[in-house]
Design a protein around this ligand. Structure first.
Ligand code: GLN
Ligand code: ZN
Length: 768
C-alpha cells in the first residue's frame, strides 16, 4: 500500500484561534493554563482533520506557540544567559526570546528573526556562544505531543529540524565568534537522546528535516552530514526510530555526494517534486537499496487545487522503478504556508472557489493520490473526474485567457523597456522642470495611518458613509499632510497614502485578475498572519488607480508631488501567484498595468513617480547561478517596462527596505531608476561603498533614520549620518529621506523627526 503523508499542518486554526490566544496571553487576559489548553485543543483538532481526510502519516511537533525553530532552541537549551538569568516561567522565557520582554524590571530584546528560505514565514535564528553546550529539556515537547496524540488514538510521525540545518540556520551570538557547524559533535548526543525517548514513547518513525540541503553549502557544512547521519541512523530500528529525511523548496541533486553517503541509510528520503519535478530520476538513482522515497507532489506553498493527473503520473513513475512499498505520497513541504480551510470563504465567486485548495483540502488530496495509486484510479473515479473538470475549467476560463492581455504581451518590444535617453540627459531635463536644491528632502510615501483614517475606511467598507463622504475625508487628509509638508519645508511632497489599506491589496483591488479572501490567513511570524490577495487570471487595469488622489494632491501643493505605486515584483511576491503560467508572465502583465498608470500620472502633471520594489530581493532563488540570473533578468525587465513609458523630464524613483545589495548590485543598477531610496539607518553606511565601487551614476537616498521606532533622531545625529554617507556618495547624488514609509508612526514624532531631517539637509546645503 502506498501511504499518504502530510509534512506539517498550519497552527493558527480556522479563525486564527492561536493568534487570538497568544495575544490575549501577552495582554494578561488569558492564564498560562488557558493558553496551553487552547494549544492542546488546536493540536487535537488538526490531527483529527487529517485523520478524517484519510491521511496515513500525520505529523506531530509541527505545532508551536511562536515558531518551531524557537521550540528547538529552548528544548536544546541554546538559551543565552540574558534570557535564562531571570528564571521566567518556561513559556515566558520562550516568548522573551521570540518577541522580547519588557516587564517587571526585565528588558531584553528578541532574538533575531529571519525569513524561512524563500517563504514569507520567519523563524527565530539560533544564536550560539563560544562555549555553547547542549542539554535536552526534561520533558521534551516532541515526546509530549506524540503521547498526547497517542492518547487520542492517533499515532503520529514527530517532526524535528535536523542537526545540520539547526546549526547552519543559526549564527554566533553577539560578541561571540563560534562557527555554528563546529558544534556538531557536541550537539549530536542531544539528538540521540531525543530520538531514543521518542522511540521509547512508541514513535517508530520520525521526520527529520534538513532543508539546507537545497542550498549551495560550504564544504564544512556538507561534510557534517556524514558523521551526523552515521550516528543517528545507527539507532534506527534498535533504540531509535526510523528516519525520514526531508528536504523541500528546492532540489538536492547538487548535494548528492552528501546524500549518497550516510543519508542513504535513512529509512526514507523526502523531496519536493512540485518545485523540482525534474529531480525525480536522479533522486531515484541515488536512493539506497531499500530506501523509501517520499514524493512531495501536493504543493505546500500555495492555494491551488492539485492537478491529480499530473501528481499520479509522477508517483506512478516512481512506483514503476521502486515498487509500491517504497513510495510515500506527500505534501511538498509543510502546509504551514497555506491557509486553513476553503470552507471559511463565503464570498468567493463559485467559479474561482472551485480552483482552490487550502490545508484541509490538501490533506484530502494527498489521501486521494495515495488511494489512486494503491487501489487504482477507479477507487476514486468520481473525485478524479471532478478534478479533471476543474482543471479544464480553469485552463479554459475567460479569467485565465484574456486575448487583449496576451496580445499586448506579444507586442512588447525591447525598446519598451528603455527610457528615451540615458541618465545624464534625463537629469538635465529633470533639473529644469523640478528645480530641486542640492540634497533634496522627501519621504517614502505614507504618513501616519491614524485611528481616524482607519475608522473612516471601515465605515466606508461597511457602507456606513457614502463614497463622496469618504472621498471628502481623504481629500481633507491630503490637505493636512500638504500643510504639514509646507511647514516642514520638504522638497518633494507625497500625498501620504491615506486611501490605502495595504500597498499590494490596494492595487490588487483595482486590477482585473485578482481575488480576495476573508479568512485565508497564513502565519508570517509569531502571532502575525498575512492574507495575501490571489492572482487568479490575466492581469489588466480597467482604469486609473491612483491618479485622482495624486492629481488632487499636486493641485494643492507648491512643490513637486511624487506619485506612489507598488512595483510589479512586489505585487507578485506579496500575492499568491498563479501556478499555471510562469511568474515572469504575471510580472509582465502587472508591469503593463502599472506602465499605463505611470503614463497617466505623468499626463496628470505628476513628474516624480516612485515605484516601490521592496520584495525584489526576497524573490531571489535560493541558489546563486543561472536560476538566480534568470529571475533577476525578468524581474528587472518588469520594473523597467513599468517605468520606461515617460518623458526624460519625469523622474522615476524606486524604494527598497534594505541596503544589502552586494549579491545582486548589477540588477539594482540595471533598473535605471533616477533615484533610489533605501533603508540605511540600521545598516552600516559602508554598505553604500558598492555604489562608488561600481561607479553608480544615479541618485540615492539612504534612509537617515529608523521609522520602526518612535524615537526622534536629533539634528546632530542626522548630520553625522550624512557625513558618513558623503564618504561614499557624491554631494549631488545624495537625497535625504527616512528609511521607509511612516504609516506606523504617530504624528508627534514624525513631525519632530522630519523637522530635524530638513534642518540637517539645510546645514549641508549651506556647507556645499
Ligand atoms: N510607499 C510605501 C510606504 O511609504 C512603501 C512601503 C514599503 O516599502 N514597505 O508606506
Ligand atoms: Zn520600505
Amino acid at each position: 500500500m502506498v501511504q499518504s503523508s502530510v509534512l506539517g499542518f498550519p497552527r493558527m486554526g480556522k479563525l486564527r484561534d492561536l493568534k487570538k490566544a497568544t495575544e490575549a496571553y501577552w495582554a494578561g487576559k488569558l492564564s498560562t493554563d488557558e493558553l496551553l489548553a487552547e494549544g492542546k485543543r488546536l493540536r487535537l483538532e488538526h490531527w483529527k482533520i487529517q485523520k478524517d481526510a484519510g491521511v496515513d502519516v500525520i505529523p506531530s511537533n509541527d505545532f508551536a506557540y511562536y515558531d518551531q525553530v524557537l521550540d528547538q532552541i529552548q528544548m536544546f537549551n541554546v538559551i543565552p544567559e540574558r534570557y535564562s538569568k531571570h528564571n521566567l516561567p518556561t513559556i515566558d522565557e520562550y516568548f522573551a526570546m521570540g518577541r522580547g520582554h519588557q516587564k517587571d524590571g526585565i528588558d531584553v530584546p528578541a532574538l533575531e528573526m529571519v525569513k524561512w528560505f524563500d517563504s514569507n514565514y520567519h523563524y527565530v535564528k539560533p544564536t550560539f556562544q563560544d562555549n555553547q553546550t547542549f542539554k535536552l529539556s526534561d520533558d521534551p515537547k516532541p515526546v509530549r505531543h506524540f503521547l498526547e496524540a497517542k492518547e487520542a488514538g492517533i499515532i503520529t510521525r514527530p517532526v524535528i529540524l535536523g542537526p545540520v540545518s539547526f546549526l547552519h540556520l543559526g549564527k554566533a551570538d553577539r560578541d561571540h565568534t563560534v562557527d555554528p557547524i563546529s558544534l556538531l559533535e557536541k550537539l549530536l548526543p542531544v539528538y540521540e537522546e531525543l530520538l531514543k525517548k521518542l522511540k521509547e514513547a512508541g514513535a517508530d518513525v520520525v521526520q527529520i528535516d534538513e532543508p539546507v540541503l537545497v542550498f549551495d553549502l560550504p564544504s564544512k557544512v556538507r561534510d557534517a552530514f556524514k558523521p551526523a547521519y552515521e550516528k543517528l541512523t545507527a539507532l534506527q530500528g534498535s533504540s531509535g526510530p526510523q528516519l525520514v529525511l526531508a528536504t523541500y523548496f528546492g532540489d538536492i541533486v547538487h548535494n548528492f555526494d552528501v546524500v549518497d553517503a550516510a543519508l542513504q541509510k535513512t529509512y526514507a528520503l523526502h523531496v519536493d517534486l512540485v518545485r523540482h519535478p525534474e529531480q525525480l530520476e536522479k533522486v531515484i538513482e541515488h536512493l539506497g537499496p531499500k530506501q523509501i522515497l517520499s514524493a512531495g507532489v501536493i504543493d505546500g506553498r500555495n492555494i491551488w487545487k492539485n492537478n491529480m493527473q499530473k501528481s499520479i503520473e509522477i508517483v506512478e513513475t516512481a512506483i514503476q522503478k521502486l515498487g509500491k512499498e517504497r513510495v510515500i505520497v506527500a505534501t511538498s513541504s509543510s502546509l504551514l504556508h497555506t491557509p486553513h480551510t476553503l470552507d471559511s470563504e463565503k464570498n468567493l465567486d463559485d467559479e474561482v472557489k472551485d480552483w482552490f485548495a487550502f490545508a484541509v483540502q490538501k490533506a484530502s488530496e494527498v489521501a486521494v493520490v495515495a488511494k489512486a495509486v494503491t487501489e487504482g484510479p477507479d477507487s476514486v473515479r468520481s473525485t478524479l473526474e471532478a478534478n479533471a473538470k476543474s482543471m479544464k475549467a480553469r485552463a479554459t476560463s475567460k479569467r485565465t485567457n484574456k486575448p487583449d492581455v496576451k496580445k499586448r504581451q506579444e507586442g512588447v518590444s525591447k525598446e519598451d523597456h528603455e527610457r528615451k535617453s540615458a541618465f545624464p540627459t534625463r537629469y538635465a531635463e529633470q533639473k529644469k522642470t523640478l528645480k530641486l536644491p542640492l540634497f533634496p528632502t522627501t519621504t517614502i510615501g505614507s504618513f501616519p495611518q491614524t485611528k481616524d483614517i482607519r475608522v473612516h475606511r471601515n465605515k466606508f467598507t461597511k457602507g456606513e458613509i457614502t463614497a463622496e463622504e469618504y472621498e471628502k475625508f481623504i481629500e481633507k487628509e491630503i490637505d493636512d499632510v500638504i500643510a504639514i509638508q509646507d511647514e516642514l519645508g520638504l522638497d518633494v511632497y507625497v500625498h501620504g497614502e491615506p486611501e490605502r489599506n495595504d500597498m499590494v491589496q490596494y492595487f490588487g483591488e483595482r486590477m482585473d485578475g485578482y481575488e480576495f479572501t476573508t479568512h485565508a490567513w497564513v502565519q508570517s511570524y509569531g502571532s502575525r498572519c498575512v492574507r495575501p490577495p490571489i492572482i487568479v487570471g490575466d492581469i489588466s487595469r480597467p482604469k486609473p488607480m491612483t491618479v485622482k488622489e495624486s492629481k488632487y494632491a499636486a493641485s494643492k501643493s507648491k512643490k513637486p508631488m511624487k506619485g506612489m505605486l507598488t512595483g510589479p515584483i512586489t505585487c507578485l511576491r506579496w500575492s499568491f501567484p498563479r501556478d499555471d503560467v510562469h511568474q515572469s508572465v504575471q510580472a509582465q502583465q502587472l508591469a503593463l498595468a502599472l506602465r499605463d498608470e505611470v503614463v497617466d500620472l505623468e499626463k496628470a502633471g505628476i513628474y516624480v513617480i516612485q515605484v516601490d520594489e521592496p520584495a525584489l530581493r526576497e524573490g531571489l532563488p535560493l541558489r546563486a547561478g543561472a536560476e538566480r540570473e534568470k529571475y533577476l533578468s525578468w524581474a528587472v525587465d518588469s520594473f523597467k517596462l513599468s517605468t520606461a513609458g515617460v518623458e526624460d523630464s519625469t523622474q522615476i524613483h524606486s524604494h527598497f527596505c534594505y541596503s544589502e545589495f552586494q549579491d545582486f548590485f548589477h540588477a539594482i543598477a540595471a533598473l535605471d531608476a533616477d533615484v533610489l531610496s533605501i533603508e540605511n539607518s540600521k545598516s552600516d553606511a559602508k554598505l553604500l561603498k558598492v555604489f562608488i565601487d561600481e561607479a553608480y551614476p544615479r541618485h540615492i537616498g539612504p534612509g537617515v533614520y529608523d521609522i520602526h521606532s518612535p524615537r526622534v533622531p536629533s539634528e546632530q545625529e542626522i548630520k553625522d549620518r550624512l557625513s558618513e554617507m558623503l564618504a561614499y556618495l557624491k554631494p549631488d547624488q545624495l537625497w535625504i529621506n527616512p528609511d521607509c514609509g511612516l504609516k506606523t508612526r504617530q504624528w508627534k514624532e514624525t513631525k519632530a523627526a522630519l523637522a530635524n531631517m530638513v534642518a540637517a539637509a539645510r546645514f549641508f546645503r549651506e556647507k556645499y
